[in-house]
Design a protein. Structure first.
Length: 378
């Protein structure tokens, strides 16, 4: 059996391309056509100048291409930084002043699960495609572990990605699909770490079944397992929870957290605020191609006037009503588990709230800001 497999994921290629020789089993015959003779015609005088003009044009194009494709030297200061984007811009095709991404800058550190958040059309996928060298930015620079990103850059072998869906051969098993994909990259089989990637993805016995029998959630997890082959230091996932139900979304969240727990970095784009809040440690918020806000999730969600009070005992409803009636309090409601209060301040300070709670004999164990990500951006 002879299987030819290929991949259009240029970022997954090795530094040295794999070379294969295919030999025919028998003699080959090549079709021929009879000769046709025509009388020679005199050439115009200007045709003799065409070769010289072509050489001049070719030399100019070659010099221009070399300037554009020259890769900047590595930055030693960024060797341990998974990703740094500086002044990144990309215009829409055939547009002079319409930008898909404009002047975008942010940095990602090791061990972070970074959420790239924004509405549809914010420029998230365009940013990820530039990050993987699939399209070239008009301005700015992307560095992965200190190396500038260009199409086919060797450092891209340290990046795994799932962008805009993954295609699988439906009649083959999940395991066979992963094996063929890795063979297409031309990299050694021992570098795949397939078992480790599959353990994180949690597909279990489904790997032996044909992909056509998979649910949407299983296909998504197989696609992420494919992105994790080789255990890349930087994992990029574009809308990985699309089409999943709540239990499957929760499983996907656990997959991302487990992967980053080993000191690797995950970048996930999404428009689901609640999911990003629960699975990500840091955020980059985009709108119309520009950076809106960036920072730790706790810092972004903790800047409102909602205070979370945790208690050693369950808070009764009458006590919550007493707190809500205090001067300077907008509202006070019990948390879902009953062992705390969500208090909205309306003029009072946090210290005043704590003093009032102590006076009411509330067994306070902690006080801190609380705001949902949805509240922070709407």
């Amino acid at each position: 059996r002879l299987v030819f497999s290929a991949t259009d994921l240029g970022y997954a290629s090795p530094a040295e391309p794999a070379t294969y020789t295919v030999t025919a089993d028998g003699p080959l015959t090549v079709p021929t056509a009879p000769a046709v003779k025509t009388a020679a015609a005199a050439l115009p005088w200007w045709t003799w100048g065409l070769p010289a003009a072509a050489l001049v044009i070719a030399a100019g194009l070659l010099l221009t291409a070399r300037r554009r494709t020259a890769t900047p030297a590595p930055d030693p200061a960024l060797t341990d930084v998974p990703l740094q984007i500086t002044g990144l811009s990309k215009k829409y095709a055939k547009s002079v002043d319409r930008y898909a991404v404009r002047e975008l800058s942010f940095r990602v550190e090791k061990g972070q699960v970074l959420g790239l958040l924004g509405p549809n059309g914010a420029g998230k996928t365009t940013t990820l495609r530039m990050l993987m060298g699939l399209i070239t930015p008009d301005e700015g620079e992307i560095r992965v572990f200190g190396q500038a990103i260009r199409p086919g850059a060797p450092v891209l072998s340290r990046v795994g990605a799932f962008v805009e869906g993954a295609g699988f051969l439906p009649h083959l098993s999940g395991r066979a699909n992963l094996d063929l994909y890795w063979q297409a990259t031309g990299r050694p089989a021992e570098d795949a770490h397939i078992d480790e990637a599959l353990e994180i993805a949690g597909l279990g016995d489904a790997l032996a079944r044909a992909v056509r029998t998979y649910s949407q959630g299983m296909r998504q997890r197989l696609a992420i397992a494919q992105a994790m082959l080789g255990m890349p230091d930087l994992l990029i996932l574009d809308e990985p929870t699309n089409g999943l139900d709540p239990p499957q979304i929760r499983e996907m969240r656990d997959v991302m957290i487990r992967y980053a727990a080993g000191g690797r970095t995950v970048i996930v784009s999404s428009h689901l605020l609640s999911e990003v809040e629960q699975s990500c440690t840091h955020l980059v918020v985009m709108d119309r191609g520009r950076l809106v806000q960036a920072g730790p999730v706790a810092e972004i969600t903790g800047s409102g006037d909602m205070i979370l009070v945790t208690t050693a005992e369950e808070v009764s409803e009458p006590l919550a009503e007493k707190v809500a009636a205090l001067p300077g309090m907008g509202s006070a409601v019990r948390t879902d588990d009953g062992r705390g209060l969500l208090v909205r301040l309306d003029g009072a300070t946090t210290s005043r709230l704590v003093a009032d709670l102590v006076r009411l004999d509330v067994p306070v164990t902690g006080v801190g800001p609380h705001r949902r990500l949805e509240d922070a951006f709407l």
